[in-house]
Design a protein around this ligand. Structure first.
Ligand code: GTP
Ligand code: MG
Length: 453
């Protein structure tokens, strides 16, 4: 078309023109007539050439059918390229049109009869290439970790480092993202660059993005039974985490989970609690999670246990790692068989599902010949626990003992172990216990979890 316009240059005045192709002088009216005729002929000629070059398969395709594709593939000289071939746009597909409301194209003939074929080629529902790989860390239950806010994210990273790949960190800023966390484990929520300890803003941002969190859990974490939500109490983001409860429940339900959301939240240090905002944020979080299964980590107690052993920089990373390893032992031992007494996944699930607060701790008894070993193990677990002391009688308890083969074959030790179980059993309504044999060990190791207060 463009070449036809160039050929028809005005020669005289506005009423007569020379048609340079024929050499004849034509009136303006005739010229316009000829112009449109020639233009139409040119278009038909172009279309015929294009059809030939595309081969016989496209004979039924008219230039107008091709229009949107041609437009998008126009080359510098104004000529149109054939539509590019790709895996998704095959020759049998009607060319995509800009107008989505246009009538369906019947020219595809019988190809619609086979449009089911690709549906069977698809990956099964639920597959997504953003899906995080299965946890490498051994565990009796299928679980995931969701860290909310700066402290929550750092705690979550400690589990990721152990091999719990089903870990996601959610925050309102990238600034307190722990180092060394691959981006696929991080979800940045838009709406604020951190919330500066403003729990109301934290709740607003989390609530506004709850659908995105839910969706990301489904696409990256997928099917798990238990979801551990980790948060630092006192800040504005982590302390707001409970606002996600409804979305988290919906996610767990949608993947057919048999477990629940379990919160792991930290209590600020004594120094931090002097600040009224930190204190009220923490109060708000602890009352939000009170009626859910939860573990409270006492930062003051935890840091006191480490001060003098670890420098300032290493305090939280070491505390986080110690807690993650302790908790992991419980998840892992429940997956192991014992020749003596097993604590199985059902016992673990009963423990984790208990409403209220849980206290987890461990201790080592180097001298197993002592008479009061039962009391020693129980008190030792509480004393060296990162959690605040239990308040009242526990409804559920777990006592796991790990001993060497020598200890396991010593009748004297066996008697004392019985005493240890009855000591703890008397302090909880239901006690689950397990005895595992391993070596080398620094002594008799006890891990206890008591909960329901
Ligand atoms: N155990 C533990 N506690 C931490 C860690 N980092 C921070 N905390 C605690 O968590 C509290 C809240 O801090 P952050 O988690 O950084 O706060 P946030 O949730 O990001 O909230 P904003 O920064 O206000 O948006 C702090 O006052 C600390 O007591 C950590 O690595 N481990
Ligand atoms: Mg923060």
């Amino acid at each position: 078309m463009a070449s036809t316009v160039k050929d028809l240059k005005p020669k005289h005045d506005s009423q007569f023109y020379t048609d340079e192709r024929s050499g004849r002088i034509v009136s303006e009216e005739n010229m316009q007539d000829n112009f449109y005729k020639e233009a139409a002929q040119e278009v038909l000629k172009d279309a015929a050439i294009a059809q030939q070059s595309r081969g016989s398969q496209e004979e039924s395709v008219t230039p107008s059918d091709r229009a949107p594709v041609i437009m998008s593939n126009e080359t510098d000289d104004g000529q149109s390229d054939p539509a590019p071939e790709s895996d998704t746009a095959t020759e049998t597909d009607p060319a995509p049109t800009a107008d989505s409301t246009s009538e369906p194209d019947d020219s595809s003939g019988g190809f619609d009869d086979f449009d089911f074929v690709e549906a069977y080629d698809d990956e099964p529902a639920g597959f997504d290439d953003r899906m995080l790989s299965e946890n490498r860390a051994a565990s009796a239950i299928k679980c995931a970790f969701l860290g909310v806010g700066g402290g929550g994210g750092k705690l979550a990273k400690a589990f990721l480092d152990l091999g719990f790949t089903k870990t996601l960190l959610v925050n309102t800023t990238v600034k307190d993202q722990p180092e060394g966390v691959p981006s696929e484990h991080f979800l940045l929520l838009p709406g604020a660059d951190g919330v500066g300890k403003d729990i109301m803003l934290g709740k607003k941002v989390l609530e506004n993005n709850s659908a995105s969190v839910e969706d990301t859990l489904r696409t990256r974490i997928g099917s798990v039974d238990w979801l551990f939500v980790l948060a630092g109490g006192g800040g504005g983001t982590g302390s707001a985490c409970h606002i996600l409860q409804e979305s988290l429940d919906r996610y767990l339900k949608s993947v057919g989970a048999s477990g629940k959301v379990v919160y792991v939240v930290t209590k600020p240090t004594s120094q931090e609690l002097l600040n009224p905002t930190i204190a009220s944020n923490y109060e708000s979080l602890s009352s939000d999670v009170a009626l859910h299964p939860h573990i409270l980590i006492d930062n003051e107690k935890q840091l006191q246990l480490l001060r003098g052993k670890v420098g300032m920089l290493g305090l939280y990373p070491t505390a986080n790692r110690n807690f993650a390893k302790l908790f992991w032992q419980v998840l892992k031992l429940a997956s192991e068989n014992s020749p003596i007494q097993s604590f199985d996944s059902k016992d673990l699930e009963r423990m984790l599902g208990t409403t209220g607060r849980m206290v987890i701790g461990s201790t080592v008894a180097r001298d197993v010949s002592k008479q009061d070993i039962g009391a020693m193990l129980y008190q030792g677990c509480l004393k060296s626990s990162p959690c605040p002391n239990p308040g009242g009688k526990a409804s559920t308890g777990v006592m796991l003992l790990i001993m060497t083969p020598q200890m396991a074959s010593d009748p004297d030790v066996s008697k004392k172990i019985e005493a240890a179980f009855s000591y703890v059993g008397g302090r909880t309504d239901t006690l689950f216990s397990g005895v595992y044999v391993k070596q080398p060990l620094p002594g008799l190791i006890a891990i206890s979890v008591i909960g329901g207060f």
